[in-house]
Design a protein. Sequence first.
Length: 259
Amino acid sequence: MDLGIAGKKALVCASSKGLGLGCAEALAEAGVDLVMNARGEEVLEAAAADIRDRFGVLVQTVVADVATEDGQKAVIDAAQGVDILVTNAGGPPPGMWTDWDRDDFIKALDANMLAPIALMKALLPGMMGKGWGRVVNITSVSVKAPIAVLGLSNSARAGLTGYVAGTARQVAGQGVTINNLQPGIHATDRAVSLDTGASQAQGISYDEAQTQRFATIPAGRYGTRQEFGATCAFLCSQHAGFIVGQNVLLDGGATNTTV
Ligand code: NAD
C-alpha cells in the first residue's frame, strides 16, 4: 500500500533503538525524511546511517534527553516544519507503591507526559497552518490495564492519554490527527530488562521468565519493532485521516477485553 506520505518530514523521539527505531524505519520506508533523537550519540548515529543507506531519505540527528527542557528545545529547533511527530521516551522503573515519592512522580511525568505535551504544543501550530499533520504518542498497554509494578508508568501515561483525548478533538478540524499506540510486550531492550527483573525477583532463569511471559500472550510471542513501526506509519498515512484520538493496542491479545 502506498502510504501517500513520501517527501514529508517527521520527528521521531527516542528512536535509536526499540519501538522508536521501528517507527523511524517504517516512516523512512514510506519516503519520509527524519529527525531522529536519542541520548546516546554512537547508537543514534549508527541507526541514522543505516536508515539513510537502506531508504535514501534525509536523516538529521539530535542527541538530547527529551525529558528535559533543554532537550525538548533542541529537538523542537531541529523539527521546525515537520508534518509528523512521534513522541517517545524511556519508561519509568518498576517498584512498589510504597517506593515512590514526589520526585519519582515528577521524573515520570516529565518523561512520559509533559515531554510529549510540550512537543505537541510546539509543533501542532505548524501542522495546523499547513492543514495536515499526524501525531502518534507511544504510550503503553498499562493505560488500558494497569501493570502494578509500573505504577509510575500507569499514572504518567494515563495523564497523557487524557490530554490527547481532548486535544485531538481541538485540532482535527485543521487536518491534524493525534492518536496513541499502546504497546504490550515487544522484543526490545525494555523487555529484556523487565524479564531480567522478573527472573531475579522470582529466582528463576531468564529463559524461564520469558517463557512465563510468552504464556500470558495469546499470540505466544512478543511483538516486533517492525510490526509496531508499520502500525505507526499507517496512522501517519494519508489513509488514517479519520482516526482521531484513538488508543491502538498492540499486545498479541494479552489484554482480555471485548472492546
Ligand atoms: P528501548 O529501551 O528499547 O528504547 C528506548 C529508546 O529511547 C532508546 O533509543 C533510548 O536511547 C531512547 N531514550 C530513552 N529515554 C530517552 C530520553 N529521555 N530522551 C531521548 N531518548 C531516550 O525502549 P522500547 O522498548 O522501545 O520502549 C519505548 C517506550 O514504550 C518506553 O516508554 C516503554 O516504557 C514503552 N513500552 C515498551 C514496551 C515493550 O515491551 N517494549 C511495552 C509497553 C511500553
